[in-house]
Write a new protein. Sequence first.
Length: 365
Amino acid sequence: MVEKEGIKEIQTIFQKELQEAIIPSKNNNASKEELYNILKVIAPGTNFRTALDNIVKGGRGALIAIENESLALLLDGGFRVNCRFTPQKLVELSKMDGAIVLSQDMKKIDSANVLLTPDSNIKTNETGTRHKAAERTAKQTGGMVIAVSERRHEIVLFYKNTKHVVQYTAELLRTANEQVQLLEKHRELFDTYLEKLTRSELRNYYNVNHAISAIQKGRTIQKIAADLKKYLVELGSEGVLLKTRLKEIIHNVEKETDLVLKDYTKIGPTKSKILLETLSYDELLDADNIKKAIAYEKEIKAETLKGWRILSKTSLQEQDIALLIKEANNLGKIIHAEVDVYTKILGQEKAEQFKEEIERIKLNY
């Protein structure tokens, strides 16, 4: 009796381990970095994307699995190909039924006309046989499987628990261009608010409203840029010019926004930045949410202006700026002081250079 119970317990443990092996965990989601790396593989300009586009143009469907450690257990039948990958060969093999298996580095076609046999208990929202097999295989193996729909002329990528419908290049370009134009408008406003803020600060005026507007636009730009990067990754070689333009638009935006936060937040720049990153587009449009993020929920009162952002426009290092702020505790005192005051804190060479730079900044505004 004891022996039977022992065997039963072992069987239960074995069944549990088997179930855990074939049913994906809830944490089997692809990270943003993983998804970006996957999108690079299928981006326009790559041989793999050329093959996929030609399969769609030919009005055929396909099921393509990328080899990994767990995939071999789900393969049934088919025949060994074992040849170098070329778009032409992949297109030809797509004329057959069954899946095509590529090597992990995607440089070889391993086999074709293979039946994928993932666990049918794995949930799927797909309706077609090909797409069901693709989603379940990706979830079970934690790998990448691509389904090309013959009827919908659509390429769908499955990776772990993630599904991504591949958009046509023309659609991606149109969306990316619209996003770039939107970014350009926000950048113009961001620069305008920064200029107003700089003029106020050089007069030692603590202008929270201008600071809030600058933070608002800065965070909006960063949020749009993050979304746009996904499109540019997916565009591959077609998005090179837009990628260059994006770099120009967002240049120094994060740095300037962080410095405004450093000057105006009451709870520290790190905490404020975390709170701002949780805000959606709609929430960023509400200035009250920005006020809360920098701890100005009640009536705004004038505070002592530290001047991190203005002083960072000079050649001084962060530790030197910190020393100046500590000694003077006021931007007005710092920028209007004589060179002798700076010399005591920074030394003669740095003091003279700083005096020249700060006078030049004052003249420009």
